[in-house]
Design a protein around this ligand. Sequence first.
Ligand code: FMN
Length: 261
Amino acid sequence: MLSGTALPPDELDRQLSSAVAAAAGGGGVVGVGFLMPFLDVTPFEAAAGAAPLVECFYGDPDADLAQRAHDAGALLSWQVGSLDEALRAVDAGCDLVVLQGTEAGGHVRGASGLVDLVSTARPRLEVPVVAAGGIGTPARAAELLAAGADAVRVGTRFLAATEADVHPGYLAALVAADGDDTTITEAFSGGWPNAPHRVLTSCVTASDADPVTRSVICPTRGFTGDITSAALYAGRSVGAVTGETTAAAIVEEFAAALGQR
Ligand SMILES: Cc1cc2nc3c(=O)[nH]c(=O)nc-3n(C[C@H](O)[C@H](O)[C@H](O)COP(=O)(O)O)c2cc1C
C-alpha cells in the first residue's frame, strides 16, 4: 500500500507508476490508501484509475467514494475499527474491509482487540476481511487466519525494511522495544485531533518532559529535530522487529511459514 495522503499529484503519479511496474514483475498488486480527514477527491480518482485498489481510513464509509472508485476501475477497501463500521462500509459498497485491532501501530480506529474483532465480525460480513494490528510474526498471522481472516496486514515490521525511509534513531528504538513499550496516546495530535495513535511510550515520556521538542512528524532519514520526542509510531508487533532486513525477506518469512496461498 502506498500512502496517497497529502502528496502532490505528480509525486503520487511517480510513486504509483514505479510501484505498479515493480510489483508487476513479481506478480504483486499495489493499492493506495487515503486518510479521510485529509481526502482530496482528485488524487483519489487518479489513484483509482491507475491502481487496482484504493483504501480509506478514519472517516465514515462513503457510498459516493465507492462509486467513484468503481467508475475508475478500482476496488475500494475501508480500514475499520468495529463491526458497526465494517457493516457500514459494506453498505456503502466497499469490496473488502480491513479490521484493525487496538494492537495496531499508528492511528487506531476502534476499541477492540484484533482476535475478538475478527471472530465477531467475520460471520457477519460477506466481503473479504483483512486483519491488521500487532501482527509481527507468522504465528500471529496464522492465529488471525484461523479466527477467520482472509488475509493479514503487516505494518510495523516494514518500518525496519531496508527500503523504508526511516531515521536510524527511530529504527534503533524499534529494535530495542517490545510490545509492552508501546502505548495509545493523543500526544501527537497536532493537525489531526481526536485520533488516538499507538507509539513507543518513550516518545510520549520525552515529549511530555520537554513539550517544545514534541514533533508530530514520523521521522524519516532526513529528520533533523529531536528524535526522542518525535511521533515514533509502533504497533504491539514491534517486539518482532529485531533488525534491518529487506522487504522481500520479511514477506518470505511469512510466506515460508504459512505456505504460499
Ligand atoms: C508508521 C505507520 C504509518 C501508518 N500510516 C497509515 C496510513 O497512512 N494509512 C492507514 O490507513 N494506516 C496507516 N497505518 C496503520 C496500518 O494500516 C495498520 O493498521 C497497522 O500498521 C497494523 O498494525 P502493526 O503496525 O502492528 O502491523 C500506519 C501504521 C504505522 C505503523
